[in-house]
Write a protein that binds this ligand. Structure first.
Ligand SMILES: [Zn+2]
Ligand SMILES: [Zn+2]
Ligand SMILES: [Zn+2]
Length: 329
């Protein structure tokens, strides 16, 4: 596997011939507490209900990124490439095989969120890594890898393109207005209350104004914070509240779609003090962490085939209304 940069869009692509890639989902399940062939455990959260643990991070059995070595950035004529150095972890969300985030107790979900905060903070100590991404693919069309409830965590030597777009836009907005664009969005959305799905004292779930896919939903802290891990690990953490809102939001999304992608957008690694990052002087003020949930609706797949311009056949106003109406527990 190697990383190649598209010289036009400047986005990195991981590529290589990997015909031997086999499923790492075994029967019986290797991610269950006493599973055979269990992958190497990186970190484990204590149990909240007498079980062996509540959530844990393990080494991905078929990693796309390798932890050892230097990226060896090099050119090939006009092209750029580097070794696929990074971290690739599986976050086992729960010891119970059949208990997904939206079914687990809020205390379990809170442990999962806290573990993510810890893993991000830990991986950011490695100066080689510019970004840590947490994502979940649920359902076969989403590319789900394991039957056991898991999310994926990667640490990369580059900032993924979508995040880079957001960072640049947030910085530009801040340089003009000296305000965080996400804080402004939250204030306006709460005031208009048409695209808000649910709000709590410290968090809000809403369908973004220009949703890319039907029922796209973002979950954001109402108080400004660029780093998820600082909110997750800080004093008086509000993770319990976030855990419940996440549970509710996923229940709402699943009332409409069987499959989804979920991705956490937090600030990049500022330990990496290269010239490249120099333009993020206002990062703490201009960026605002959030969790994006992108449902996949088979019958609305047109919105995915028309890649040049996003086409979402359900307006975010209708989407928010339907999501609000879904029952939650
Ligand atoms: Zn299992
Ligand atoms: Zn903000
Ligand atoms: Zn985002």
């Amino acid at each position: 596997m190697e990383l190649r940069k598209d010289p036009i869009t400047r986005s990195w692509v991981i590529t290589g011939d990997d015909a031997d890639r086999v499923s790492h989902d075994t029967i019986p399940c290797r991610y269950c507490p006493d599973g055979q062939n269990a992958p190497q455990v990186i970190s484990s959260m204590p149990s909240v209900d007498g079980g062996p643990w509540s959530a844990r991070a393990v080494v991905h059995p078929e990693p796309l990124y390798r932890i050892e070595g230097d990226p060896q950035r090099r050119g090939e004529g006009l092209y750029d490439k580097m070794r696929a150095v990074g971290a690739h972890e599986l976050i086992v969300e729960n010891p119970r095989h059949g208990e997904q985030l939206w079914q687990a107790t809020p205390a379990h979900v809170e442990q999962f969120l806290s573990l993510i905060g810890q893993r991000i903070q830990d991986l950011k100590r490695d100066k080689r890594f510019k970004y840590v991404t947490l994502f979940k693919n649920y359902g076969l069309p989403a590319g789900q890898e394991t039957a056991h409830p898991t999310s994926l965590l990667t640490a990369t030597t580059f900032v993924p393109r979508r995040v880079l777009y957001e960072l640049r836009s947030a910085r530009d907005y801040y340089s003009q207005k000296e305000r965080c664009v996400f804080c402004d969005i939250i204030a306006q959305e709460l005031q208009q209350a048409v695209r808000v799905v649910e709000s709590t004292p410290d968090f809000v779930a809403l369908c973004p104004y220009a949703s890319r896919v039907p029922y796209e939903t973002w979950l954001m802290p109402r108080e400004h914070q660029a780093y998820f891990e600082r909110d997750a690990l800080g004093k008086g953490s509000k993770l319990g509240q976030m855990a419940l809102l996440l549970k509710h939001t996923l229940q709402r999304v699943l009332a409409i779609s069987e499959n989804f992608h979920m991705v956490l957008h937090t600030a990049p690694n500022t330990e990496h003090k290269g010239d490249v990052l120099d333009y993020w002087r206002t990062l703490d003020e201009d960026f605002h962490w959030h969790l994006e949930i992108l449902p996949i609706l088979a019958q609305k797949s047109k919105s995915y085939s028309f890649k040049e311009t996003y086409f979402s056949p359900v307006s975010p106003e209708t989407a928010a209304k339907k999501l609000r109406e879904a029952s939650v527990s």
